[in-house]
Write a protein that binds this ligand. Structure first.
Ligand code: IMP
Length: 440
């Protein structure tokens, strides 16, 4: 029995949703530990596109328990909308979702303040404007309102009134009318009744699950380079998306994490502002966006696109303890004559030893590329390693050598069937007999 994490290795949108969905049958529990409805996990089931923002992707499988840990920030409206959308496709979440009472709530003032700041301030991050950052600010400032507070009407009222008084000062700064506390108290009292059945001590629940030997899949949102501590600050999200966030975000010990599978797209994308050394400003950036359908699943924004970056990925491996990679969307590179991979960065004529910490160095770092021949076509839709073109197999080997990892899964398309499992690299971590990629 292993407890395994699936984590994004780039700036998000690596295809974690499909991978979590694929691996879920081998686990009893799927747990999210950070972020909120800024995430967007797109999964295709029976040809139907399902986008989940807040609820763990494991919910699409009956009988799996989905946990939303204390490290998350929850917008009740978003949760209820997602619940409804799932019910419309025949998925009832009543008995299989648990939300930690220690997760923090996103309130209407968080979203409003963030939108105003993104519009009006000099430092535009390009956030999803979902109130994620301001909710984490309140958490760190000890002003936050927790999911558990919904169960105590008096405390809920006091906290909302206090927060509204403070936020009105900020809203006035942005030239906005003050908010009234009362409608928010009423709205959140209604949410309290709707969320009540889901609120449970996630840490305690997990402890019992571990004692019973039930394997847990930890589902990361965003990506390593969006981590608030280790990402390209300030152009990051406001939580620890790296593996370090798992323990604090669920209330478990580090001995409950056996391995981290790093999900890595065969090229790189990011949304929002911030440095991106291998961004392709020429026709190849557009090519990758068009062929990879690189538009945000949460905001619909076109994603910035560029080549694979081994410097950035080596850093993500270090941050997360990744030894095994899941490679997604290589089929987008089908048909290219040449493919570029960044192997190191130079700065002021010197080769940098690793991904630089200083933002001003990263902004000026120049990627040095190795150009490899394309493999023609033949990756899209494959489900067996032996059927893959030799050029692509060489590309996989190059990634393994550059990052000192093994590629454990290759996703060759959007469906569950479009997957190659490298069984030798998964054995012992994932109970392969429980996986059924053909069950699409
Ligand atoms: P926030 O998480 O809404 O505060 O946004 C901060 C940064 O993280 C912005 O650049 C967003 O575009 C980015 N971001 C947040 N969630 C995701 C995601 O799920 N995929 C990709 N980028 C994301």
């Amino acid at each position: 029995m292993s407890n395994v994490a699936v984590i994004g290795m780039q700036w998000g949108d690596e295809g974690k949703g499909k991978i979590t969905d694929l691996l879920t049958p081998a686990f009893d529990i799927v747990a999210r530990y950070q972020g909120g409805h800024n995430a967007g996990h797109t999964i295709y089931v029976d040809g139907r596109k399902v986008i989940l923002h807040l609820i763990p992707s494991g919910v699409l499988h009956s009988g799996k328990l989905c946990l939303m840990g204390n490290g998350m920030v929850i917008n009740p409206e978003a949760f209820l909308q997602e619940k409804k959308a799932l019910e419309e496709i025949g998925i009832d979440i009543q008995d299989n979702i648990l939300i930690s009472p220690n997760a923090h709530l996103i309130l209407p003032y968080h979203t409003e303040i963030e939108s105003l700041r993104e519009e009006q301030s000099d430092l535009k991050i390009g956030t999803t404007c979902r109130g994620i950052g301001p909710a984490y600010v309140d958490k760190a400032d000890r002003l936050g309102i927790k999911v558990g507070d919904l169960l105590n009407p008096e405390l809920l009222r006091t906290k909302i009134e206090h927060n509204v008084r403070e936020k009105n000062v900020l809203l006035a700064h942005y030239g906005k009318e003050p908010l009234e506390a009362e409608p928010i108290v009423r709205q959140f009292s209604e949410y309290a009744e709707q969320l009540r059945p889901y609120i449970r001590d996630v840490s305690f629940f997990l402890d019992n699950a571990f004692r019973e030997g039930r394997p847990v899949l930890y589902e990361g949102a965003q990506g390593a380079l969006l981590d608030v501590d280790h990402g390209t600050y300030p152009f990051v999200t406001s939580s620890n998306s790296t593996a370090g966030g798992i323990c604090s975000g669920l209330g478990i010990g580090p001995d409950k994490l056996d391995a981290v599978l790093g999900v890595c797209k065969a090229y790189t994308t990011r949304v929002g502002e911030g440095p991106f050394p291998t961004e392709a400003f020429d026709q190849w950036g557009e090519y990758l966006r068009d062929h990879g359908q690189e538009y945000g699943s949460t905001t619909g924004r076109p994603r910035r696109c560029g080549w694979l970056d081994a410097v950035q990925l080596a850093y993500a491996c270090r941050l997360n303890g990744v030894k095994r990679i899941i490679l997604t969307k290589p089929d987008v590179l089908d048909g290219l004559e040449e493919i570029k991979v960044c192997v190191d960065y130079t700065y002021k004529g010197e080769t940098l030893p690793s991904f630089p910490m200083e933002s001003w160095v990263l902004e000026k770092a120049e990627p040095r590329y190795r150009t490899v021949k394309g493999w023609g076509t033949g990756v899209a839709g494959q489900s067996a390693w032996d059927d893959l073109p030799q050029g692509f197999r060489d590309y996989v080997k190059l990634i393994e050598d550059l990052l000192e990892v093994k590629v454990a899964i290759i996703s060759t398309g959007v469906g569950r069937r479009d997957t190659i499992l490298m069984e030798d690299h998964l054995r012992g971590l994932v109970d392969l007999s429980r996986l059924d990629p053909a069950a699409a």
